[in-house]
Design a protein around this ligand. Structure first.
Ligand SMILES: Nc1ncnc2c1ncn2[C@@H]1O[C@H](COP(=O)(O)OP(=O)(O)OP(=O)(O)O)[C@@H](O)[C@H]1O
Length: 523
């Protein structure tokens, strides 16, 4: 549960970010990006690019790899994080970055502060975290297709989450406040509370059950289904209000499996309440009773999150491993397109015109032209981004890490929140690893019995309170455990130096060809 190390950010200059951006663009259609390509996109001399890449590698923002046919550079997750943070800083959305407060299957959550030192949450989407190295090499200069990269998947997951957050927040749904999204990062308001999975007792269980069921129904009336409505994605605030988080898997109520997802969400809530609070209720919403009243799903797809993105993202989620998602997907849609086209009846003249046009297009798309066009558009895009993200602006403010003095300032606030929690009877079940020994049965003012943590919590921080705290909506021990599992996993799958054997074989082949060429020559 470490702090996000942003210290290297202040030593990086605009040319470092220029090269990082060039690497990012190159990775749209290359598994590893060769040096000449990076230097042409960045518009820097090859020697300078090489020097800058050296700095980036030292800071683990990029890595050098040997590919099947050529060697090149790859953008690391850290490099992508730095690019986003630099842009968010330039937009004055984020001013400081603090501790990690959450870790999910597909994301890392950090607490941060905006320029006015208000708490915000940074959600870094990490789709493909388990399979970065399995992504197949695929070069594609067609705009229609997307390279199956973790960069692309993480970016569209963030875009989807932000679009839904915005749409739901506007309609007064209980969700965190959407602030901004950049690349794979979503910036949102901090929810001060505990995730339902860490709540052992509630003052009024039935009321909470009703609120959650009403939320599922209200979402469906607006045309969407959460599809991951579980105890890990509901935060209970200190006022006892449930707040929904985590939307990348949300689907429209018109989805072919909508009924299944709806019932799963409902069943999830019922199971949690039965297991945790021994609360069983026969009344629960049914899919057939839902009457759609709004078109939130349509609105979100109109906000930039396209159908193709939806398709790609769903395939990635379905595969679970978030591997190459595009080959099957695109071929499916291509086949559909072809079928549609072959259905039409063309007259011979029209057919001839179409064929001529196709020939012209073929010529225009000759490898060489395509490549030049692609480089030109990448250069233009990079320059646009550089201006938008104030890359050449030396005045652009820096990101800071939290210091101890500021942390002390907020400790009082944390204690105050803990006190409130105790008063409300919302207790954190994860703080004690051994079980419930440090809990006691208490009867509330209205006569209802609930479990409450004993008073010997000795100032343990159990919830996210500020960017300066070590707190989290899930217990620090839990985050540590999850991070350790991640680490162990990556240890087991030991990194092989990818392409080393290919590079050796490539060298041998070149030597053999050279010898063949000069056969018979006498030196
Ligand atoms: N706005 C927020 N305020 C406070 N805590 C948050 C916020 N967003 C996320 N968290 C914390 O981070 C954890 C993980 O967040 P989230 O569920 O969005 O990630 P995820 O990768 O989608 O997780 P998973 O898919 O494993 O459920 C949450 O359980 C919660 O503790």
């Amino acid at each position: 549960m470490g702090k996000f190390d942003v210290s290297a950010l202040r030593y990086l200059e605009s040319e470092h970010f220029r090269v990082l951006m060039a690497l990012e663009m190159g990775m749209k259609n290359h598994e590893v990006v060769p040096l000449p390509l990076i230097s042409s996109i960045a518009g820097l001399h090859r020697g300078a690019t090489f020097r800058v890449l050296g700095d980036l590698l030292k800071n683990r923002l990029g890595s050098y790899e040997r590919g099947r046919r050529y060697d090149g550079y790859r953008l690391t997750i850290r490099g992508y994080d730095y690019l986003s943070l630099r842009a968010l800083r330039a937009r004055e959305v984020v001013g400081s970055v603090g501790n990690q407060i959450g870790v999910g299957k597909e994301s890392d959550i950090y607490i941060a502060g905006d320029s006015d030192k208000n708490d915000v949450v940074l959600k870094f989407h990490r789709l493909g975290r388990t399979s970065f190295r399995k992504i197949k090499e695929k070069r594609d200069y067609h705009k229609k297709r997307h390279y199956c990269s973790w960069l692309y998947l993480s970016r569209i997951a963030a875009l989807k989450e932000f679009s839904f957050l915005e749409a739901l927040y506007k309609r007064n749904f209980p969700v965190p406040k959407p602030i901004d999204a950049c690349r794979h990062v979503v910036v949102m308001g901090l929810v001060d509370g505990l995730t339902l999975c860490h709540v052992d007792s509630l003052p009024n269980v039935g009321e909470m059950y009703d609120k959650l069921m009403a939320l599922i129904v209200r979402l469906a009336r607006y045309g969407v289904i959460h599809s991951d409505f579980n105890e890990f994605n509901i935060i209970v605030t200190h006022e006892g209000e449930p707040i929904m988080i985590d939307f990348p898997q949300m689907v429209s109520i018109d989805h072919e499996n909508a009924e299944f997802y709806f019932n799963r969400d409902v069943q999830c809530v019922r199971d949690v309440f039965k297991r945790k609070f021994d609360f069983d209720c026969d009344e629960f919403p049914k899919f057939e009773e839902i009457e759609r009243k709004h078109n939130l799903d349509v609105e979100v797809s109109a906000s930039g999150f396209t159908k193709q993105m939806q398709l790609d993202l769903n395939q990635a989620y379905d595969k679970g491993q978030f591997e190459a998602h595009i080959e099957e997907g695109s071929s499916e849609t291509d086949e559909e397109d072809e079928e549609e086209e072959s259905d039409g009846d063309y007259d011979p003249e029209e057919l001839e015109a179409i064929q001529e046009e196709a020939e012209e297009q073929k010529d225009a798309l000759k490898q060489e032209n395509r490549f030049t066009n692609w480089i030109e558009s990448a250069q233009t895009r990079l320059n646009e981004l550089a201006t938008a993200e104030k890359l050449d602006d030396d005045e652009c403010p820096q990101l800071i890490s939290m210091d101890d003095e500021q942390q002390k300032k907020y400790e009082a606030a944390i204690k105050e929140t803990e006190q409130k929690l105790k008063e409300l009877g919302v207790s954190d079940g994860e703080a004690d690893d051994n079980g419930l020994e440090d809990h006691e049965d208490v009867t509330s003012a209205n006569g209802e019995k609930y479990r409450k943590k004993k008073d010997d919590s000795r100032g343990k921080v159990t919830q996210a309170r500020s960017i300066y705290s070590t707190g989290s909506t899930i217990a620090p021990a839990e985050i540590k455990k999850r991070l350790l599992t991640e680490k162990n996993k990556s240890k087991k799958e030991k990194l092989k130096v990818k392409g080393k054997q290919c590079a050796v074989q490539r060298g041998r082949r070149q030597n053999r060809d050279l010898l063949k060429e000069y056969e018979g020559w006498d030196f």
